[in-house]
Design a protein around this ligand. Sequence first.
Ligand code: SF4
Length: 246
Amino acid sequence: MSAELDTESESATLARVDWDEAAGRLAEASPREILGWAVETFFPRLTMATAFGPEGCAILHMLAEIEPRVRVFNLDTGYQFAETLALRDRIAERYGIEVELVRPETTVAEYEASHEGPLYVVNPDQCCHDRKLVPLRRAVVGYDAWISAIRAEQSAHRARARVVGWDAKFGLVKVNPLLRWTKRDVWAFVVTNQVPYNPLHDQGYPSIGCWPCTRAVRSGDDERAGRWAGQAKTECGLHSLDSSQL
Ligand code: SF4
């Protein structure tokens, strides 16, 4: 968290924001309107996590116009594709937004050595917990709200989210500006605005996470079918809902 953020304002902002009312009022709002509300309400105590999917890149395009100083970070597990990390540089060149890389405390080599091999093979839940959830928890300390790029149609789980809600798991407000957008909406925005995107999307990867847990999919497959393919796991745990978010 930036040193200049005033911890006093945290409780003041959170105390006066009625996110339940906001969720109702913004339910039909456009992503730009939702982002504008979030910036007006929470900035500078507003942050965003992105894995550089087309949704996140679309939001970055909008934030560059609304408020480019919003702190944006990426959970750099050490297992990301080179194409994903290169996209971070392309975003910086295009928008002047330097996405911060938030890393676990151990390198991949240290982590795998301590578990006698890659944990994603035998226990991906633990691997996601250690290399995504723990760093995320650390990254949002001191912020009042975070922006995510989830969409309702991505999974039954995500369909239960609201545009604005309290994220009890991480202890701050969660804003989902693209919740009602379809995949087609996202790509139409990306193409129309020439938003930089991951070239792997043109090679059969509709959803991209860490390389060990991401596969190309066949045409017509569910867009998240290539994530943890062959396993029951469908989410890394960042966007799992608890009852306070419904
Ligand atoms: Fe580990 Fe795979 Fe989760 Fe990445 S997606 S943190 S490699 S289990």
